[in-house]
Ligand binder design. Structure first.
Ligand code: S3P
Length: 179
């Protein structure tokens, strides 16, 4: 991109935010940041341990703090946890931070992707498929409200998704320049 604007990735678990974010950052020569990683590094333990010991609300507080800590940075690609949009203040902070891209995917694709590991405490339920269905229905309107651009990654390789996000980000910067 031709400005220092940050690029922010939001979306459900398994939408590819971290993998695609890393690729975008390396293509643009930007720094890659990940709110989950910042939380884990500061807490010195995995997210599942934070949820188990202190509960989801405490995790959400740490998540809001991690997002705020990135507010003054430039030339960053920021991947976020899937629940970051739950708080209204976070949705506003995301929009202030930079160009917000919602990576979406079909429900069955998300299910297939997240089933590859059991790192995610919110999906350790009796019926993870039903949990995904419910959380997606609750969150899709929130992702839509926070995003400047959305991309369905269901049928895309990471490289294709990277190309699509970068070309939209460039178009947006050029549009702004022409205003
Ligand atoms: C969560 C998503 C996770 C992580 C935490 C809660 C959520 O991040 O922040 O387990 O509420 O959707 P990913 O979206 O990177 O899996």
């Amino acid at each position: 991109m031709s400005t220092d604007e940050n690029l922010v990735l939001i979306g459900f678990m398994g939408s590819g935010k971290s993998s695609i974010g890393r690729l975008i950052a390396s293509r643009l020569g930007y720094r890659f940041e990940d709110t989950d990683q910042l939380i884990v590094r500061a807490a010195g333990r995995p997210i599942s341990a934070i949820f188990a010991a202190e509960g989801e609300e405490r995790f959400r507080d740490l998540e809001a703090g991690a997002l705020e800590s990135l507010a003054t940075g430039t030339r960053q690609v920021v991947a976020t946890g899937g629940g970051i949009v739950l708080r209204e203040a976070n949705r506003a902070a995301l929009q202030r931070l930079g160009f917000v891209v919602w990576l979406d995917a079909r429900e069955e694709v998300i299910f297939e992707r997240v089933s590859r590991n059991d790192r995610r405490p919110l999906l350790r339920t009796e019926d993870p498929r039903a949990t995904i269905h419910r959380l997606l229905a609750e969150r899709r309107p929130l992702y839509a409200a926070a995003a400047h651009f959305s991309l369905d990654t269901s049928d895309l390789t990471h490289a294709q998704a990277t190309d699509a996000v970068i070309s939209q980000a460039r178009r947006r910067v050029l549009c702004h320049g022409a205003e």
